[in-house]
Unconditional design. Sequence first.
Length: 251
Amino acid sequence: MNNYSPKVAALNSVEFFKYYEIYLQQLNINYEIINKIDNKFDFLISSQAIKLDKIDLNFKEESSGFVVTVARSKQGQIVVYPVASFIEHEVITPAINLSDTKASSLQSEAIKLASKINLEGAIEVVFSNTTNELCKINSLPTFLSLWTLDGANTSIFENHIRGLLNLPLGSPKLLDEKVVTVNVIGGNYSDMYRPFLHIMARDPELKVHLYQKEMKFNEVIGHVSLKGKITEDLLERTHHAADYLNGKITE
């Protein structure tokens, strides 16, 4: 199991099932479920019944959708973050083009899932933005929840650790009305110092995170984030910074 995988306990009614380890790799999470009956065990996720022998193992990454980040401790405390919308290399929180009622429904689905699998730690629950159906579960913090580093009272990483250690979880509330995060794609720069001079001088509120020690062309090397009141303004500023760090623009 990788370092960030949440611990998942067996589901209820374990006495009815034979011991059998199942890895739901198609959902990108190590469930370590030992429950299976006649190879036809239905794993219930909230209101959806996903048949293990019917899931497409060649599931492709969604390029857009909604994501709910949820954390749970061993004692059962659960916190759920605001629903975020994403499209390719951009994440907006709270989600756009989603009613409050539907957002609450997606959060409830994520909470039910966390309870159902006895989650310890944090996961990202990804929903389709066309059908609102569950399409993926991420056991590793991905770009979809990195907005919490600068935009939430408690980041996904901190609540993941708190959950694993069975400590009280931190508040998932937003630090401002809106948060926008955009991936930084590697370009032609070998020295990032001058690009940093520009974007930091131009936008002192900008938060920059780089993950790579070396520039890797056409690969995600980091992200930039901003929080504020107006989504369009935040989008323009974050995309300017990301494009400047990539070398797409030079002014």
